[in-house]
Design a protein around this ligand. Structure first.
Ligand code: PDD
Length: 281
């Protein structure tokens, strides 16, 4: 695989970052995951706009190559012959060659920029989308700025493992009785034909797929309500699903061991997945 590190395209074995890089020492980094379908990069502008916002919110410099990111994405897709898969991008505050809680002087320390691809043949035809996935609920104990896409992913990883150990696929996180989001996706329920998903705030990541799906839903005259919902409400829902760049629209058919609605993939989730894939390809 050919990866990109600070201006260079290199075989992955030759790509290196300093052990003093602040992403390694402090999780002082932000990232984006963008999907590729049929060699086409999906929602590039949305991901880059969110990246810029994450950088601003953390007072992090833009990498020098910021304006070349589209050509870097395209180059990596071509060099690695990606048909279906994703592009991972990470910007970190860089390495001051020492460990210090204070941010290094941005005049001296430049951000680190890393990109790599992951080939995922069958991403669009994912069999899980036909059966739906199972989720469990767990406490949301993450920090308070989940709208910034940082590389602090330890708790979401632990949540994923709690789900696996419980025989499920993923976890929905709950704070003050309300679902925030999935470990790496936004969460939705459907009740009486209405799509319900938590409103945007600092409590959740502002999903790029979420924005697209809600736009398509409204265009298709579906009813959308942006508000928080409880786990009990989710258990009483007709359908549930999650969205992300890596899963698109993924139906959820079980919550904490109990079926949601019929316990199989519902019409709203499958229709939205279809529309999303059609519009994106
Ligand atoms: N995760 N919420 C969280 C906590 C996420 O990590 C993600 C994305 C989303 C969905 O955002 P988007 O639609 O822009 O992908 C919501 C990516 C895919 C990841 O960490 O791999």
């Amino acid at each position: 695989r050919i990866v990109y590190v600070n201006g260079e395209y290199l075989p992955e074995e030759e790509a290196t970052v300093s052990i003093f890089d602040r992403a390694f020492l402090m999780a002082d980094g932000v990232y984006e995951v963008t999907s590729v379908l049929g060699g086409k990069i999906i929602d590039f502008d949305g991901h880059i706009a969110r990246l810029e916002r994450s950088l601003n919110e953390l007072d992090m410099q833009k990498p020098e190559a910021f304006d070349d990111l589209l050509s870097i994405h395209r180059e990596l897709v071509a060099k690695n012959a990606i048909d279906e898969g994703m592009i991972y991008l990470q910007v970190t505050r860089g390495s001051a060659g020492d460990r210090d809680f204070a941010f290094p002087d941005p005049e001296v320390v430049k951000p680190t920029l890393v990109l790599f691809t992951q080939s995922k043949p069958g991403l669009a035809d994912n069999p899980a989308a036909k059966t739906g996935i199972k989720v469990i609920s767990i406490d949301d104990i993450r920090w308070g700025r989940r709208d910034i896409k940082t590389t602090q992913l330890l708790y979401p990883s632990m949540g994923k493992m709690m789900a696996k150990r419980a025989g499920a696929d993923d976890a929905w996180m709950v704070e003050d009785g309300k679902v925030t989001e999935g470990t790496s996706n936004n969460a939705y329920i459907v009740k009486d034909g209405k799509i319900i998903t938590r409103e945007l705030s600092t409590d959740i990541l502002h999903g790029i797929t979420r924005a697209a799906v809600l736009r398509f839903a409204k265009e298709a005259q579906m009813k959308v309500e942006e508000r928080s919902f409880t786990i009990d409400e989710a258990k009483q829902a007709d359908e549930a699903f999650v969205t992300s760049a890596s899963t698109f629209v993924m139906p959820v058919v079980e919550l904490d061991g109990a079926p949601i609605g019929s316990g199989s993939v519902g019409p709203v989730a499958s229709r939205l997945r279809e529309i999303y894939l059609e519009e994106s390809r």
